[in-house]
Design a protein around this ligand. Structure first.
Ligand SMILES: Cc1ncc(COP(=O)(O)O)c(C=O)c1O
Length: 460
């Protein structure tokens, strides 16, 4: 059977597929129908966090399949309770609602926010503010929550009650809240905008929102569908910011390759949902939650430290910067200095000792970027989660942990196509090449995959 032509004939044409048919995989290596091998730096869009076919996870799933594959949410379920308890213990949240996807986890978050406000203040208080450039899902309501005009077409009328404000501009958000005083029920946002281009919010912005929400009894909902489950170097990205959200949604990696969405509900609103107010036939299915329990109990400090190390490895390789423990640039790698000198036609008599002490910018004082800044200035002025790149063909690298976007000079889609041709799978996000490797990928495979991406950048 010709899969590609039958796909076109029988499957709703909603995806712009890459020319790739994956049939099997082990860890971070995947294989197509001709047994060609690929290094996987995409993990099915942040899903297979332990790679493909992880043995422990597989066993947990099979054991549950042998016990009972499906019951109903009308009855008690051992794996569901074990998972909910573990999620609460690891996050400080108090209750969990299970659905099947990220969009459903967000639908639940929206319902919790609105019902909390309605119960306490009446139905007038129903506005949810989200960020411009956000992405929250494909149902009609989560499309409304998504702060990108391109998604607000063709399917109207959309769910009302959503307002949008720019990321990292607390003054604008506060003004919007004041203009709608007494009517704002919640603020909902991703901490690293994934589909929007892998952009991390600034800590000041996030902290200010948390404080404002607390003062005004506005619920703070964090969408951790993509950032969650270890991807950013902490179990959930909100832990990187030191905040306590009221509601958290997650999905993608949480069950390591099976469909699960979870809405984690904090202390303030833990009793908001009551019997009959929400539900799902498959949500929290025993097989899926057994898989998720296995995954979540293995996201430990060792794995998370590995995520940070691998993140640094990627950023240093793609930018030529040297980073300190807080991922701040402290200088250049030796290759970086040579490369900059070559690009700018300057001398490069670098000295390894100076590089190690982080004073490298001083030995190349005449270097200027295209817009006239000294290299030292550029390093000092880096934004949270964005590193300037001094590598040819790469403008910058953004994101957090193993959720990174590479702003390339040439078109990202063409680079990803070329990388796939050469045996490495990556993704795109807006104008960027997006990397979402397995959290346990070996450094060796990671470096090989990056080398392929770099050669694709050169060749396109
Ligand atoms: C931040 C965020 N929220 C929600 C969703 C929707 O998740 P799903 O496709 O599982 O419904 C996504 C999917 O990419 C996402 O990245």
């Amino acid at each position: 059977m010709d899969i590609k032509s039958n796909d076109k004939e029988f499957i709703a044409n909603t995806y712009g597929r890459f020319d790739l048919e994956l049939v099997k995989g082990k860890g971070s290596l995947l294989y197509d129908e001709n047994d060609k091998e690929y290094i996987d730096l995409g993990t099915g869009i942040a899903v297979n966090i332990f790679g493909a076919g992880d043995e422990e996870w597989k066993q947990a799933v099979i054991d549950q399949l042998n016990l009972i594959p499906h019951t109903s949410n009308l009855y008690y379920s051992v794996p569901q309770v074990k998972l909910a308890k573990l999620l609460c213990e690891k996050t400080g949240m108090k209750k969990v609602f299970f659905g099947n996807s990220g969009a459903e986890a967000n639908e639940c978050m929206i319902k919790v926010i609105r019902k909390y406000a309605s119960d306490k203040y009446g139905d007038e208080r129903n506005i949810i503010i989200t960020l411009i450039n956000s992405f929250h899902g494909r149902t009609v309501t989560t499309l409304s929550a998504t702060g990108q005009d391109v998604f607000h077409k063709s399917f109207g009328p959309f769910t009302g009650g959503f307002l949008y404000t720019p990321a990292n501009d607390f003054a604008a958000l506060k003004t919007l809240c004041e203009e709608n005083k007494g009517k704002v029920a919640g603020i909902m946002m991703e901490l690293v905008q994934g589909e929007g281009g892998v952009i991390a919010l600034t800590p000041d912005f996030v902290k200010s929102i948390e404080a404002y929400c607390k003062e005004n009894d506005i619920l703070l909902g964090i969408d951790e569908v993509q950032t969650g489950n270890g991807r950013t170097g902490k179990l959930y990205a909100f832990m990187n910011y030191g905040i306590t959200p009221d509601v958290v949604s997650t999905a993608k990696g949480v069950a390591g390759g099976l469909p699960l969405g979870a809405c984690l509900i904090g202390d303030k609103c833990k009793d908001t949902l009551n019997a009959g107010s929400h539900g799902s036939t498959f949500g929290g299915n025993p097989v899926v939650t057994a898989g998720a329990y296995n995954i979540l109990s293995r996201v430990d400090d060792a794995l998370l430290n590995g995520v940070k190390e691998k993140s640094r490895l990627i950023i240093e390789k793609l930018t030529y910067l040297k980073l300190d423990d807080d991922m701040k640039p402290v200088g250049f790698t030796a290759e970086g200095i040579d490369e900059i000198a070559k690009l700018q036609d300057c001398r490069s008599d670098h000295d390894e000792d100076i590089i190690e002490t982080g004073k490298t910018a001083k030995i190349v004082p005449d270097l200027r970027t295209k817009d006239g800044k000294t290299v030292e200035e550029v390093i000092k002025n880096y934004q949270f989660g964005i590193w300037p790149s001094f590598r040819k063909g790469i403008v910058s690298v953004s994101g957090m942990g193993l959720m990174l976007g590479i702003q390339t000079e040439k078109e990202a889609k063409a680079i990803v196509n070329k990388a796939i041709e050469k045996g490495t799978i990556a993704l795109t996000a807006k104008t960027k090449v997006r990397l979402l490797p397995a959290l346990n990928i070996s450094n060796d495979l990671l470096e090989k995959g990056l080398d392929t991406i770099l050669s694709a950048i050169e060749e396109v």
